[in-house]
Design a protein around this ligand. Structure first.
Ligand code: CA
Ligand code: CA
Ligand code: CA
Ligand code: CA
Length: 462
């Protein structure tokens, strides 16, 4: 090889050696960029995964708390035989269960500022399937044509009640349907009845928590429309039911004696449980001659029982046949508005009833006190409509996960006529939003422990 050729070869060698490190660097940088990108994408997707799984864990915790709450309510109502559970026997707010907690929300019609908690007694409400037109008309703000429309909706015939509506009306609607001609199965079904709107059923309380929220007091600025008068105008939802039904039996399950039909021996036997030997012939005679009796209160007055004797007998006797009664109003638990629906009662009678209602009477099932508060005429008039037993209860269950990421809300109705009680209605209400104080959610999300938050909310309620 010539010198010139060697020089050329050397220069081309040094050229290769000179270029190689630069190329490698660039390639390495590119690989680093690509790797960094992949790491970023992976980290982001991991973060999304982590949030998703935390959210789904939170949802499961809230759902488990809800299931716990349902079982808690079922257990609390078992074996009460028509008694209303004492408020002190049932924890209703901030109850921790597993990795979550629940509240039983119950609107207090007297207070639209404070949340109120507990189970709702369905027998303390007016039954839409059994109430007469007159009783339905007693509901607050009730339009005169709604009761006949409800009666036409539930009765089996197609004969038009004055002011009511049968299929002829419903089939002409833009979205037509037949008149049901059968009892209502849910309270919400009322929305299908002529003239009944969401406004009549729920009023301004869009989230159904019983308190006046900002959007319920800002006129049309946000849903729902309201009159922004600083007061929650409520619908009738909390005052009506379709579930109240009680067995025609004494609390211990033994059949009641029908004083209108009982044989002499059976009548004498039941009377002897409460009446002394020397009074028995007189009372027995009046019981035989006085038939038929409209109600046990009617029986009390016309047979001349003493209040003490009547208290012993009231649950042992009946004036009607059949295994069950539907739709009686529990005079020991009903609200002012519900009592005002009873025939013949005015404001002063209802005030007297509420003032004269003995403490703990919802648990004892006593009815004799009514005779000391009302005149004979008024007590006899409401006698066929009232009871002192409750077998169906509803619960508005709000549950949340320990980290505040998820909550659930549902409404259930429980029938305790048998043991164990069972859930006969359930509706998810989560879509109505978080109904309690927003602070509970934000404080939990900020990392404060569930125990601390529950303790604080309990102190607020007490
Ligand atoms: Ca009908
Ligand atoms: Ca509200
Ligand atoms: Ca509004
Ligand atoms: Ca209002």
């Amino acid at each position: 090889m010539s010198t010139r050729a060697r020089q050329l070869d050397t220069s081309s060698d040094s050229g290769r050696r000179g270029r190689a490190p630069g190329t490698v660097l660039i390639v390495t940088l590119w690989i680093l960029v690509v790797l960094a990108g992949m790491v970023l994408v992976l980290a982001r997707s991991m973060r999304v995964e982590a949030i998703c799984s935390a959210n789904s864990l939170a949802f499961e915790q809230a759902a488990a708390a809800e299931q716990g709450a349902i079982q808690y309510v079922l257990a609390g109502l078992d074996g009460l035989n028509g008694q209303v559970p004492a408020e002190t026997d049932l924890l209703c707010y901030g109850v921790q269960v597993g990795s979550g907690a629940f509240w039983l929300l119950r609107p207090d019609r007297e207070d639209d500022r404070q949340l109120s908690y507990g189970l709702a007694d369905e027998a303390a409400k007016i039954n839409l399937n059994t109430a007469t037109g007159e009783v339905l008309l007693g509901l607050p703000e009730m339009m005169a044509d709604v009761p006949p429309a409800v009666i036409d909706w539930r009765d089996s015939d197609s004969d038009l009640t004055a002011g009511g509506a049968e299929s002829e009306y419903y089939l002409l609607l833009a979205d037509p349907y037949e008149c049901k001609n059968a009892p209502l199965e849910t309270v919400e079904e009322l929305l299908l009845v002529r003239l009944v709107s969401r406004d009549i059923l729920f009023g301004e309380d869009a989230n159904r928590n019983g308190v006046l929220d900002d959007n319920e007091n800002d006129a049309d600025a946000s849903e729902p429309p309201d009159d922004s008068n600083g007061h929650l105008d409520r619908g009738i939802f909390d005052l009506v039911t379709v579930y109240s039904r009680e067995p025609n039996a004494a609390p211990d399950g033994s059949p009641r004696v029908n004083v209108n039909e009982a044989q002499s021996r059976e009548l004498a036997r039941v009377l002897a449980e409460a009446v002394s030997e020397e009074r028995l012939p007189r009372i027995f005679d009046r019981a035989r001659r006085g038939r038929p009796f409209q109600s046990t209160l009617d029986f009390y007055y016309r047979t001349g029982l003493t209040p003490e004797e009547f208290a012993l007998l009231a649950d042992r006797i009946t004036t009607r046949g059949g295994r069950n009664y539907a739709g009686l109003l529990n005079v020991n638990t009903a609200s002012r508005e519900a009592l005002l629906c009873l025939p013949g009662l005015d404001e002063s009678d209802v005030t007297a009833l509420l003032a004269g209602r003995p403490a703990g009477v919802a648990q004892s099932g006593d009815i004799a006190w009514v005779t000391e508060v009302l005149s004979q005429e008024k007590a006899v008039a409401i006698g066929p409509y009232i009871t002192t037993r409750s077998y169906q209860f509803s619960a508005d269950l709000v549950s949340i996960s320990a980290d505040g990421r998820a909550f659930k809300r549902c409404r259930i109705v429980v029938d305790a006529t048998q043991s164990p009680p069972r859930v006969i209605y359930r509706q998810d209400l989560t879509h109505l939003g978080w109904p309690l104080s927003p602070d509970i959610v934000s404080v939990l999300r900020s990392g404060v422990s569930l125990e601390e938050v529950l303790e604080a909310t309990r102190q607020e309620v007490q």
